[in-house]
Write a protein that binds this ligand. Structure first.
Ligand code: 13P
Ligand code: SF4
Length: 346
């Protein structure tokens, strides 16, 4: 007799606040029509869909059904760089579209929206960042992928959460001192892990900085067998409680490969779509984002990732609007540091 599949439970740690970000809703008829049109447009336009794990589940499904990619930011960049399609449609936030364009200046890069920012990218305007670099000419400039093309152009290396530790370790072994931007929590984590001399910019992710450590400790007491999975954009006191710290792909792999029945997950809740797919039967709980009685700001979902849906994706393909442009001079300079990221340990 076969065992019935256990249901995956995704439990919000707090009540959603009035301003919280809901997943897009489609009627059954609209959903089918959008899916069919997008599939057809991808063929007609010689386009491939590259999406991040935090985007709408319907976008993720479509990317996988059409030979595209759903992944973390490093693999999004690598996939777009090697896929033969002449058009990349990137569902995510602005820096992901710009990274695709920097790596593939000859391809057309479209996005469902060009308004999807990232608080880390916003925190590091290029002029201020250049001044900071000018003050520290002895340091190797390492920036997170969540930055503008102009900031990447100033950098020696671009990294993502998927390879930041390995790259900084490599530079530290060569006795290089590092200037790091923009995420201070990720920077502090890498500094601790590698022992490198790192000067940190003061940026944060609005989603990850909202996780609350006391509430996480209490949640863990109620689920003593749970493994705590944390994205390294989270504050130090959240990272200290983690069983696994890593990129979105690393956290998904942990849910799939670890023996625990229950996982407390400290990252954007868009990731639960893929986690449910790879680990049916496991219990997934959102890490707490607010103290009791308070309301949340981001509610563990990136407000900019949430701007992507099937409607604006279809429109972008149909009308070829929302094309990503990067100044060619900046793009050529940014390619040096960005290509290093893609090639490192590939
Ligand atoms: P990953 O590269 O781990 O997918 O992270 C990107 C991001 O923006 C997380 O907030
Ligand atoms: Fe940027 Fe945070 Fe959104 Fe990721 S989740 S895109 S780091 S604001």
């Amino acid at each position: 007799m076969s065992t019935p599949a256990k249901q995956v439970i995704v439990e919000p740690a707090a009540l959603l606040a009035p301003g919280s970000i809901a997943a897009p809703e489609y009627s059954a008829g609209e959903l089918e029509a959008l899916r069919a049109s997008i599939k057809q447009l991808l063929i007609e336009k010689d386009a491939v869909l590259v999406a991040h794990y935090y985007t709408d589940a319907e976008i993720q499904k479509l990317a996988e059904e059409t030979g595209g990619k759903v992944s973390d930011s490093l693999e999004m960049a690598r996939f777009g760089n090697t896929h033969p399609a002449s058009t990349l449609i990137v569902a995510g936030v602005k820096f992901m579209g710009e990274t695709a364009k920097i790596l593939n200046p000859e391809k057309r890069v479209l996005m469902p929206t060009l308004k999807a920012e990232c608080s880390l990218d916003i925190s590091a305007p290029s002029e201020a960042f250049n001044q900071f670099c000018d003050l520290h000419p002895d340091r190797t400039v390492v920036v997170y992928a969540n930055t503008s093309a102009a900031v990447k152009a100033r950098a020696d290396w671009v990294v993502t959460s998927g390879n930041a530790i390995d790259i900084v370790k490599h530079l530290h072994e060569k006795n290089e001192k590092i200037l790091w931007a923009p995420d201070k929590y990720l920077g502090q984590y890498i500094k601790r892990e590698t022992g490198a001399d790192m000067l940190l910019w003061n940026g944060t992710c609005v989603v990850h900085e909202a996780f609350k450590s006391d509430a996480l400790t209490n949640l863990k007491k109620r689920h003593p067998g749970a493994a705590i999975l944390v994205h390294p954009e989270s504050p130090d006191e959240i990272i200290q409680q983690a069983d696994v710290v890593g990129s979105t792909t690393a956290l998904i792999n942990a849910v799939q490969n670890m023996d625990n029945e229950t996982f407390i997950v400290a990252t954007d809740n868009g990731i639960f779509h893929k986690m449910k797919q790879v680990a049916a039967g496991k219990r997934l709980i959102e890490a707490p984002i607010v103290g009791e009685g308070a309301t949340c700001v981001s509610c563990a979902h990136c407000p900019w990732m949430a701007m992507n849906d099937l409607r604006n994706l279809k429109k972008a393909l149909e009308t070829e609007c929302n094309e990503v442009h990067v100044d060619p001079v900046i793009g050529r300079q940014a390619l040096i540091s960005t290509q290093r990221m893609v090639d490192f340990n590939a």
